[in-house]
Write a protein that binds this ligand. Sequence first.
Ligand code: NI
Length: 167
Amino acid sequence: MALLNILHYPDERLHKIASPIREFGPELQQLIADMAETMYAAPGIGLAATQVDRHIRLLIIDLSEEKNALQVLINPEILSMDGEITGEEGCLSVPGIYEEVTRAEHIVVRAQDQHGTAFELEATGLLAVCIQHEIDHLNGRVFVEKLSRLKFNRIVQKLKKSQKKNM
Ligand code: NI
């Protein structure tokens, strides 16, 4: 396994739209294992392939305390959404920034598992939020872009400053 490099906002590659996955071979299995290792090491609760510069429709999530309940969603599609939930979100691609975002509270998703078997998943609360956040990544969208222009500008300034310090 290997740790992968996570792209940081405002890297343009975070705006690429991911393509559907058709091959469920060893290369994909390796990528899933590497993404899981990368997410656990960060540590984070969700990671989309887009964030490690692989532009395919794959996301992983693990909300467990023990980090032993990996969920793999391939080619995910939201079939329905309802309700509203507002909560603080962070992102491994936008380190140090946490902002309130409003999303659907309840969703039904159709996806494939890591071997290509289709399944439907009903999710509420944090899991629903996390899936929506990661699907946004696959569509080239980062959560800070959902904020008001004022907040967004403030975050971009902050990120520019911290990047200068790290050079
Ligand atoms: Ni994210």
